[in-house]
Design a protein around this ligand. Structure first.
Ligand code: ME8
Length: 517
């Protein structure tokens, strides 16, 4: 038997300075849907998420809340994990950058760069935004010396830093992007990075003096400095892969053979805001350390509220957990993934949320309840034996479309194709009129075929919708007498005849929101 495909999928690790919001939820659910779909097609998956816990931003927030940095991180790591649990995220590993294993891998990684002559010491003079954790040059700044990204005041720094010779990898990076057209998707983001690389690429400051920032990982070659939080954070992907055993790293040893581990990452998923760090800093750091680079980056778009960017100061941050309390986890997952074309931007509105919920209730939920109640009404709850499947072609086509769209990360299209199959199945009920077939003793075989066809469609829909609405599909699987969610292949071949179905609660009940639209 052939080995299952291995897929290592990551989300960014989120700053432990703020609560999870709808933007974090979107990225994580997107990664979850892709991971679940891979598992459905038989792949062996490592799905990683976590929290980014070092740096001045965390230090400042902790002090604002009169906590120590680690107390704040413990609190926030718990909040993120609790949020992911209620949102049915199926990650295999939640990493925290304050873990001992991660600190050891960062230390080994920096040591290796140092020994390879990739790092030098030099002066740094320029502007820094703590909120974005990044440097700006004078010409980048907004009015009154503000950060061009977030508008907050920047501070002027003049200090000694260590630098990674990033500029030396500019040509290698450009060639890698040119040779691998799908390394960064969507294409607009790839072009953005190629455009950025048309300017000379500078070296990267990878340290902060402890006199200014103490909350970080001490450099192995200078104990008065800590690692720059972005370098520390990016290395999380390597830590979780198990490629580097810090106990076995000595100088050049311990980095050569990563073959027994999950390294390299197959897919890094993130918002477009942090593309440069992932598409430029990260691969060049890996090249510097002599490690294989990751397989692909998917940079998605931005959730805004109405016309405005979501921000704490505007007070318009949407809390996915509050929506979930009224409509259920699956409704939130469906809305976020169905509404945003992967890669593009989308605007959150209550109207669209309700419209998408109605689609779930009126098309998928309605199909589920009417099919199960007809099997009860006409065949005492047992799926009849029947010749042929009235929707065979439509099912094949829906699976083909969904699989192809997922392979190109067009999740919204895959979900649309799945919902279309539910619509077609509802149309099939109208065409076949099982209530008339039931009245005609001559049409008994036809009625059997109608019911068996619709049960098959529901089982296929159970598999197709599992990645996005896992909790409701688990309920539907139970109602259909299945042991669990079938793989896509099983959903087409499982024996139907004799299966006992049960009437559960409506999957997506009518809900009057507590808020006005
Ligand atoms: O940048 N719409 O963490 P972060 C869509 N710690 N996605 C959004 C969003 C929005 N309005 N707001 C946030 C960091 N996101 C670093 C990452 S990785 C080695 C270190 C999502 O907490 C999106 O994925 O600021 C974005 O890239 C990420 O949250 C930023 O999370």
């Amino acid at each position: 038997m052939s080995q299952p495909t291995r897929r290592y999928i990551t989300t960014p690790i989120y700053y432990a300075s703020g609560d999870p919001h709808i933007g974090h939820a979107y990225t994580t659910i997107l990664a979850d849907v892709l991971a679940r779909f891979d598992r459905l097609t038989g792949a062996d998956v490592l799905f990683l998420t976590g929290t980014d816990e070092h740096g001045p931003k965390i230090e400042e927030e902790a002090s604002r809340q009169s906590l120590s940095p680690i107390e704040l991180c413990n609190l926030m790591a718990e909040r993120f994990q609790a949020a992911w649990k209620t949102l049915e995220i199926s990650h295999d590993r939640f990493i925290r950058t304050t873990e001992a294993e991660h600190k050891a891998v960062v230390t080994a990684f920096l040591e290796r760069l140092w020994e390879r002559g990739e790092i030098y010491e030099g002066p740094y003079s320029g502007w820094y935004c703590i909120h974005e954790e990044r440097y700006w040059t004078e010409k980048d700044l907004g009015p009154n010396h503000s950060c061009p990204d977030c508008g907050r005041p920047v501070e002027h720094l003049h200090e000694t830093n260590y630098f990674f010779k990033m500029g030396a990898y500019q040509d290698a990076l450009i060639s890698h992007i040119e040779d691998n057209p799908h390394w960064i998707v969507p294409e607009i983001r790839r072009n953005e990075i190629l455009g950025f690389l048309r300017q000379p690429l500078g070296d990267l400051s990878i340290s902060r003096p402890k006199s200014r920032v103490s909350w970080g990982i001490t450099l192995p070659f200078d104990e008065d400095h800590v690692a720059y939080v972005w370098v520390d954070a990016l290395i999380n992907y390597l830590t979780a892969s198990g490629a580097i055993d810090p106990g076995k790293v000595t100088g050049e040893q311990g980095f050569e053979d990563v073959s027994g581990s999950w390294w390299p990452v197959d897919l890094h998923i993130m918002g477009k805001d942090i593309l440069t760090t992932h598409a430029v800093y990260w691969p060049t750091l890996l090249m510097g350390a002599g490690l294989p680079v990751f397989g692909q980056i998917l940079a998605h778009g931005w959730w805004v509220v109405g016309e405005a960017k979501m921000s704490k100061s505007l007070g318009n941050v949407i809390d996915p957990l509050a929506l979930r309390e009224e409509f259920g986890t699956d409704a939130v997952r469906w809305y976020l993934l169905r509404e945003m074309p992967t890669g593009g931007d989308a605007s959150y509105t209550a109207e669209r949320f309700l419209a998408r919920y109605d689609e779930l209730a009126n098309v998928l939920g309605n199909l589920g309840s009417r099919v199960i109640s007809m099997v009860w009404k006409y065949r005492d709850g047992v799926v009849p034996e029947a010749l042929g499947n009235g929707l065979d072609t439509e099912i094949t086509e829906a699976i083909r479309k969904a699989t192809e769209a997922m392979a190109h990360y067009k999740v919204h299209e895959a979900l649309a194709a799945s919902m279309d199959l539910a619509r077609i199945a509802n149309g099939y009920v109208e065409d076949r009129q099982p209530w008339s077939q039931a009245k005609d003793p001559e049409a008994s075989g036809d009625l059997d075929q109608t019911l068996a066809t619709l049960t098959r469609a529901l089982i296929v829909l159970c598999a197709l919708f599992e990645p996005v609405t896992p909790a409701k599909m688990a309920e539907m699987a139970l109602n259909l007498g299945l042991d669990g969610i079938p793989t896509l292949e099983e959903s087409r071949s499982l024996e139907l005849a004799g299966r006992r179905v049960s009437r559960g609660k409506p999957l997506f009940p009518r809900i009057e929101p507590s808020w006005a639209v």
